[in-house]
Design a protein around this ligand. Structure first.
Ligand code: NI
Length: 173
């Protein structure tokens, strides 16, 4: 079990675009395991590799209820093929933007194609919270954060808050 540090705003790596995974080898399997350990420890329901500073297109999720049997999902090179026309407003948070939650409107359903840890291509349809989580995590791989969907005023306020906290932390160290 390896828990890796989670990057937070304003770390510039959160804005980088992750690279395609060429092969699901042992390194990717270890990365996915570490990501799940890190996510469960946080605790959170989703994590993208970029959030631990690994610029690879890998995301993990688990939306099982607390206390229920875990339902880990690992997606390598995930790609959204289709968005539903109907949208839903959901309160989102992000382990890289701790302790804040905002409502975001997104398509309510998605069709996603990805590679699983056996190296097999999978196409799946998701709705509701799972669809929101998939969009949120896949966005991370392109350097997009959920606060980018808020009004400019709200988003700038969040970014400034974290920039200020970083400055204070640096001064103290
Ligand atoms: Ni996030």
């Amino acid at each position: 079990m390896a828990i890796r540090p989670i990057l937070t705003l304003p770390d510039p790596r959160l804005r980088a675009v992750a690279d395609e995974v060429i092969e699901v080898d042992q390194e990717i399997k270890t990365l996915a395991k570490d990501m799940l350990d890190t996510m469960y420890d946080a605790p959170g329901v989703g994590l993208a590799a970029t959030q631990i500073g690994v610029m690879k297109r890998v995301v993990v999720m688990d939306l099982a209820k607390e206390g229920a049997t875990p339902e880990p999902i690992v997606m390598v090179n995930p790609e959204i093929l289709k968005f539903s026309e109907d949208t839903a407003v959901t309160e989102e948070g992000c382990l890289s933007i701790p302790e804040l939650y905002y409502e975001v409107e997104r398509p309510a359903g998605v069709t996603v194609r990805y590679t699983n840890l056996d190296g097999k291509a999978v196409t799946t349809e998701a709705n509701d919270r799972l669809a929101v989580c998939m969009q949120h995590e896949i966005d991370h791989l392109d350097g997009v954060l959920y606060i980018d969907y808020l009004s400019r005023l709200k988003r700038d306020r969040v970014i400034k808050k974290f920039e200020k906290a970083e400055k204070i932390a640096k001064r103290a160290s």
